[in-house]
Ligand binder design. Structure first.
Ligand SMILES: C[S@@+](CC[C@H](N)C(=O)[O-])C[C@H]1O[C@@H](n2cnc3c(N)ncnc32)[C@H](O)[C@@H]1O
Ligand SMILES: [Zn+2]
Length: 291
């Protein structure tokens, strides 16, 4: 823990970039220490080399349950992991959010909910945002951290976020899978994970996500999920025999509370984004013993 404290302090002195947080990093394959070498990171455990492309550390280990030893699953999110690898696809997605007025208003509402959660946990030294997407959510908490690690499985999203963001908080950029977060245990104050869980089709993937978020976070996790008992999901299930729309990938608040406990924390709040128009809830999980 003392070493992590020292690393965080060093990162604060250095302006930006992956080198500033090298001692917080862990190999996504073997959890070994990673050291910066010329334009790459080298794992001291398994010897793997991870390229740094234009300042973005390429640490994403793609795949699903087979990559963490839970065997093959009937369905996976692997095709979704491939969706925004080009900056053009990422730009199309993010422009969609910016152009539509109701989406812009919706984003502001998400910011307010996240801000209320952040106000409860206080200022942070390091926050991990995973997935950062095109940077839509980052402004809601950027001024409450000394350093932000921006990550997404898709390099296109990261390139887009980096090119368009005007925030001044020191940051590092990396590709990462939320199933294999390339960070040491309890290495960041907290993690912000918005709109990923409802893209994961199996309980195995959703549980793995929560386990990883809880593992790397020392004090808190802010994470969204699609509420199984929401009006939105109820009406979808009622219409299903007629419109055959696939079921939403949902979780119950009770299950989220259980996963929080299993990860050594407590579900403090899970307000809905909108009780009628949306099924998303924004959970705040606080780790036991966190100040
Ligand atoms: C709906 S977007 C949300 C982005 C951002 N949090 C927001 O709310 O605007 C979901 C993001 O998850 C990323 N993603 C998909 N699977 C992932 C995984 N296993 N690990 C990390 N990111 C993933 C996608 O590339 C995409 O950028
Ligand atoms: Zn390794």
């Amino acid at each position: 823990m003392a070493q992590i404290e020292a690393t965080v302090a060093a990162a604060m002195r250095r302006p930006e970039g992956i080198a500033a947080i090298q001692d917080l990093l862990a190999c996504p394959v073997c959890s070994g220490a990673l050291k910066v070498e010329a334009e790459a990171l080298r794992c001291a455990g398994c010897g793997a080399r991870y390229a740094i492309d234009d300042g973005i550390a390429l640490l994403a280990l793609r795949g699903s349950a087979n990559t963490w030893g839970s065997g093959q699953q009937p369905e996976t999110s692997e095709s979704y992991q491939a969706e925004y690898q080009t900056v053009e696809r990422a730009a199309a997605y993010n422009h969609g959010y910016q152009r539509k007025v109701h989406k812009r208003i919706g984003t502001r509402h998400e910011w307010r909910i996240i801000r209320r959660h952040i106000d409860k946990v206080g200022r942070s030294r390091v926050i991990l945002e995973l997935p950062c997407g095109g940077g839509r959510i980052t402004p809601s908490f950027a001024d409450t951290a000394d350093f932000i690690i921006e990550s997404d499985i898709a390099i296109g999203q990261i390139r887009y976020a980096r090119a368009t963001s005007t925030l001044t908080t020191p940051r590092a950029w990396m590709t990462a899978s939320a199933f294999h977060i390339p960070l040491r245990d309890a290495s960041v104050d907290g993690t912000v994970c918005i709109r990923l869980a409802h893209h994961l089709p199996t309980p195995a993937e959703r549980e793995r996500l929560f386990k990883e978020l809880m593992r790397v976070s020392r004090r808190f996790v802010i994470v969204t999920f699609f509420d199984h008992h929401s009006l939105k999901n109820l009406t979808r299930r009622m219409r299903h025999p007629f419109d055959k729309k696939p079921p939403k990938m949902t979780m119950t608040t009770d299950r989220v509370a259980e996963l929080a406990r299993e990860g050594g924390g407590r579900l403090v709040a899970a307000p809905p984004l909108n009780r009628i128009a949306s099924g998303h809830r924004f959970a705040l999980i606080v780790k036991d013993g966190a100040a």
